[in-house]
Design a protein around this ligand. Sequence first.
Ligand code: FES
Ligand code: FES
Length: 156
Amino acid sequence: MVVRTKVNGEWLEAEVWPGTSLLGLLRDGLNLYGSKNACEQGECGSCSVWLDGQLVCSCLVLAAQAHERTVRTVEGLRDDGRLHPVQEAFVEAGAVQCGFCTPGFVVAVADLLQRDPDPSPATVREALSGNLCRCTGYQKILDAVNLAAARMRDRP
Ligand code: FES
Ligand code: FES
């Protein structure tokens, strides 16, 4: 089947097997490798994207469900070649710990801060509860959230 989806502002289409996930469509059909396949069970958040503005685990969504809909991926966070403030904060705070979990964390934090510019520590932890780091720890990620939130609040 052919799936046609608006990805990061551009209509794209690919031929996929009907059981293909949205994550499979992005990575294997459209060569967008930012969203990672780390568990394929909805447990880790590494594949997080927006589908019509809603944060989803793309490994749990069928590609067919994204037909004629809008998807935004971690690649779509850049604006005019500039990193998103959350991406900048992750770099500066040393929160880019590995290539598997980082894209999902960045997407989840960007989602949180667009809903709540000044989240409480408990809200941050709740928002990131679906994103797992298997190895390094969360403190630098929390530092990055605080840095990004402060920067985004200060921007006109
Ligand atoms: S790969 Fe989708 S939640 Fe882990
Ligand atoms: S899984 Fe990415 S730093 Fe732990």
